[in-house]
Design a protein around this ligand. Structure first.
Ligand SMILES: [Zn+2]
Ligand SMILES: [Zn+2]
Ligand SMILES: [Zn+2]
Length: 139
């Protein structure tokens, strides 16, 4: 939480009650909560908060690299994870199970070369889709 506060401050953002509640929800909801799950959790402390507010705060935290958004293809909503160290995910297309990879397979020099037309990259997202062990056995 301290580290996060510091990063927000560095970028000129304040830790508002909503932001704090969203971060707390991410810490307490267990693995990979959706925005809806985060909303339910935040409502314990901020009963008037809307899903829209949750999305806006999540979007900012993602933009700042403090939270990772994981795109679950073919599912209603994406899920979120606090970024401790930057990494990527394996997503099961059948059950939605999400697993963390322990590193980033992207070569940043290649990306920089590809994007040299005056484009400043601030973040990237990358998911690997397939079928988890359980679904492979069942299928
Ligand atoms: Zn699965
Ligand atoms: Zn992860
Ligand atoms: Zn990466």
């Amino acid at each position: 939480m301290e580290n996060l506060l510091q990063k927000l401050r560095e970028k000129g953002y304040k830790m508002t009650p909503q932001r704090r509640a969203v971060v707390t929800a991410l810490l307490e909801c267990g693995e990979f909560p959706s925005a809806q799950t985060i909303l339910e959790h935040v409502k314990h402390t901020l009963p008037d908060v809307s899903l829209d507010t949750i999305y806006r705060n999540l979007a900012l935290l993602v933009e700042l690299g403090l939270v990772q958004e994981i795109h679950l293809r073919g599912r209603e909503s994406n899920v979120f994870e606090l970024t401790v160290t930057h990494h990527h995910h394996l997503v099961c297309l059948s059950c939605g199970k999400t697993l963390c990879l322990d590193h980033c397979p992207i070569d940043h020099r290649d990306v920089a070369k590809a994007a040299k037309q005056g484009f400043e990259i601030v973040s990237h997202s990358l998911e690997f889709y397939g079928y988890c062990r359980t679904c492979r056995i069942a299928g």
